[in-house]
Design a protein around this ligand. Structure first.
Ligand SMILES: [Zn+2]
Length: 221
């Protein structure tokens, strides 16, 4: 980020701060100083074009957020010798905050999925240390797409893989025993959304038909 880009954010914060100390945020400040109580957790990509709070106009305190490369949910795995930041956030959201919804938000033109499909190396042609093993969480998605869509272009295959990876993340959510328990005992719901960064369309995964349909119910004109 250049100095000018950072200065723009500082100016944005200045505007936020002015509203924050005014009446607009008075109610928020009164409860936020005690505890957070979001009803929704979202797991989104680190991609700068896919910010769930901006896409949904969510306010402070409304969404418990996790961002990671390619918005992946790893499978449940016990162990104290590994670093499971996404699993830790999920545990806190489901077991402590008792959120009612977990939304995995995927998107088009995802660099993480592209890295999964094509491999990725740093500028000196050496493999990255962390990206490959991370995106391999969705390895099954890649393998399936390469078989089912063998004749498609790399761009089309990546598109299919982005959605297939969402199915895997939904499946992995259910591998956590306390997610299954929360679903059965208090109605926790898990969702997958897919955002098209090119045209702004948002789809949701319809488990009944195993397909993605417009989030707003009707296709955009
Ligand atoms: Zn991405």
């Amino acid at each position: 980020m250049t100095g000018d880009a950072l200065a723009k954010l500082v100016e944005g914060y200045r505007e936020f701060r002015e509203g924050y100390v005014g009446k607009q945020y008075a109610a928020y400040r009164s409860w936020a100083s005690k505890a957070q109580n979001p009803r929704v957790m979202m797991i989104a990509c680190s991609d700068s074009r896919v910010n769930p709070a901006i896409l949904t106009h969510a306010g402070l305190g409304e969404v418990f957020m996790v961002n990671n490369v390619a918005n992946l949910v790893p499978p449940y795995k016990e162990g104290k010798d590994t670093h499971h930041s996404t699993s830790a956030a999920l545990e806190f959201a489901v077991c402590h905050l008792q959120v009612e919804h977990v939304v995995v938000l995927g998107h088009s033109r995802c660099g993480g999925i592209r890295a999964l499909m094509e491999g990725i190396t740093c500028k000196h042609d050496e493999p990255y240390s962390f990206i490959e093993p991370w995106v391999n969480i969705a390895r099954e998605a890649k393998d399936g797409v390469l078989v089912r869509h063998a004749g498609c272009s790399p761009e089309e295959q990546a598109h299919f893989c982005e959605k297939e990876a969402l199915r895997i993340s939904l499946h992995n959510l259910d591998s956590f025993p306390w997610v299954r328990a929360a679903k059965a005992q208090r109605g926790l719901q898990t969702h997958a959304w897919y955002f098209d960064v090119g045209n702004g369309d948002m789809e949701r995964y319809d488990a009944g038909n195993d397909s993605f349909i417009p989030l707003l119910g009707t296709p955009s004109p």
